[in-house]
Ligand binder design. Sequence first.
Ligand code: SF4
Ligand code: SF4
Length: 96
Amino acid sequence: MTISVKNLPVSEVKCSNCQACCCSSEVIIISDTGVPDRHIYVDVHGNESMLRLDDGWCSALDRDTLLCSIYENRPWVCREFGMGSNECIDERIEKM
Ligand code: SF4
Ligand code: SF4
């Protein structure tokens, strides 16, 4: 029997068996954590968010490893997004 990754018990929900689902969501930048300018999108009102490329993923995501290339400087929203949280599981169900 094959068990879909998205139906894993919460204890087995890990970024290492994910496809960086949450990194294709809008990430608002609300504080200065040192995100490099080249990864920041500024809208007409001056609001900042993580730039997303044509494939839908955040521009700071390493496409080969599916890991964050600016981990030490990632936005506050990314730091607070809990692996295995309800939001995380919702992202996996929607996108995997
Ligand atoms: S936090 Fe959740 S949705 Fe984001 S990469 Fe990790 S397992 Fe996937
Ligand atoms: S900054 Fe890093 S953790 Fe946050 S969405 Fe982009 S790649 Fe993912």
